[in-house]
Structure formats: structure tokens, C-alpha cells
Design a protein around this ligand. Structure first.
Ligand code: PGA
Length: 245
């Protein structure tokens, strides 16, 4: 794994946005795997700014998102469909038909998983952007998930629901289920960038660099991938800066 340590969230966002925009310039019809959560918002802002300055176009870009909650209407402000529209898609020239997120239509959940997985298996993600949960989850692959797992319906852990309750009025409102790409889908990506910032990610970052490969810590699967770059800030690097670098 390559490691880039930046001063702060803003510079980490710029570094990741530059890596993505360079990839779009090299391959305008790139397929991107995208993430939600607080972490990538700065990256998306940078990409919008580059688009507004005429430096990149999304007109031939295709995207697949990692996951979506089950049980929220698609137009709920915390659905990942809404998140992506608000934070990126509404502000750039991406074609609607090139955007893909899991459908969480309650009538046909199992089939939605199968269909999303089929789409993923019939394409090839050039560049996958990831955040990391404090418990090491990537996408919504919670601790214990097999590294062979493909797209599935996941029960969110209490820790993840607690972490995400800041976006909702109460813990009761946080969905209990989601559809997520599996670890195997993520590892199939040609290139992976994982971004982690802030002190609350420092323990997860330390564990990521411990060389341990364990189902208990899903992000450790990235040790098995041959082109992963981790971009962190000084706060997230706190333990590895002290002990290991
Ligand atoms: P965050 O979430 O970016 O909101 O910290 C990351 C994740 O849970 O993958």
C-alpha cells in the first residue's frame, strides 16, 4: 500500500481530487467507484471546482457507488442517491444514465442485489474511492465479512449506526439495513484510494498498517490488493507517525 500523509483535511482532499482528475484526463471514459460519508465531500468539492474551471469533464465518466441504505425513500436527504446528487452529480456534466447506485426498492431487494452485482461484474472499475469506518468497515462491509463476498444486504452494526446518527434526528431514524458492494467487488477495482482524516480514524489507520489481514478488520483486505493508495492527514496518522514511521 502506498501512503500519503497530508497536513490536514483540505490538503488530503486536494491530493485525492488531483489523483481522480488526472485519471479522468488520461481516460475520459473512466469508470469510477464512489463513496459517501463525510470524508469524500472535500474531494467532490474540489472536483466540482475543477469542472467549473474547465479542467475536467464528466461527460464520458461512468460511476458506481458503494452502497445505499434500505428503508429510506430515494429522495430522503440522507439517502446516498440524494447525497451524491447534492455533493457531486448535480454540479457536473455527468450523464444520468452513467450513474449507478444500488436500488433499495423494498419490493425486490434480493433481485436488486443480484442486478447490481451483475452490473459490477460486467464492467471494470478503474478507480475506487473509499472511506473507512472506525471499526474498519469499507463500504458497509462490517467486521466478519468474507473477502469473497459480493454485493449483499447487510445488517449495520450498532457502531456504524451510532457513527452515522449525526446525520439523522435520532438513532431510531438510522436505517438498520443497507445494500453494499462486497469486499470482492472492491478488490476487483484496478486502483483503490482510501482516504481517512481526523483523530477518530487514527486507530483504524494504525490497524490498517499493522500488516494484519483479518476478517475482523475489513479494510485489512487492502493488503491483498496491488494498487492501493492511502491518503490521510496528520491527525489520522497520529499513531503511525509516533510508532512506525
Ligand atoms: P465518514 O464515513 O467518511 O463519514 O467518516 C466513512 C465510512 O464509514 O466509510
Amino acid at each position: 500500500m502506498n501512503l500519503i500523509i497530508c497536513n490536514d483535511y483540505e490538503s488530503a482532499s486536494k491530493v485525492v481530487a488531483n489523483m481522480i482528475s488526472d485519471s479522468i484526463k488520461i481516460k475520459p471514459n473512466i469508470t469510477l467507484g464512489l463513496a459517501t460519508g463525510s470524508t469524500p465531500i472535500g474531494v467532490y468539492n474540489e472536483l466540482i471546482s475543477k469542472y467549473n474551471r474547465g479542467l475536467i469533464s464528466f461527460s464520458n465518466v461512468t460511476t458506481y457507488n458503494l452502497d445505499e441504505y434500505i428503508g429510506l425513500p430515494i429522495d430522503h436527504k440522507e439517502s446516498y442517491h440524494s447525497f451524491m446528487d447534492r455533493n457531486l452529480f448535480n454540479h457536473v456534466d455527468i450523464k444520468r444514465e452513467n450513474i449507478h447506485l444500488p436500488s433499495c426498492d423494498l419490493n425486490d431487494l434480493n433481485n436488486n442485489c443480484i442486478e447490481y452485482n451483475k452490473m459490477l461484474n460486467s464492467t471494470s472499475i478503474d478507480l475506487q474511492l473509499l472511506g473507512i469506518g472506525a471499526n474498519g468497515h469499507i463500504g458497509f462491509n462490517e467486521p466478519g465479512t468474507s473477502f469473497e463476498q459480493e454485493t449483499f444486504i447487510v445488517e449495520l452494526t450498532n457502531k456504524t449506526r451510532e457513527d452515522n446518527k449525526r446525520f439523522f434526528n435520532s438513532i431510531e431514524e438510522v436505517p438498520k439495513l443497507a445494500i453494499t458492494m462486497g469486499i470482492k467487488n472492491i478488490l476487483d477495482s484496478k486502483k483503490i484510494i482510501l482516504m481517512a482524516t481526523g483523530e477518530n480514524k487514527a486507530s483504524a489507520v494504525k490497524r490498517l498498517f499493522s500488516q494484519e489481514v483479518s476478517l475482523d478488520f475489513p479494510a485489512s483486505c487492502l493488503n491483498l490488493h496491488n494498487d492501493t493508495t492511502i491518503v490521510i492527514d496528520k491527525e489520522a496518522a497520529k499513531f503511525i507517525l509516533k510508532n512506525e514511521l
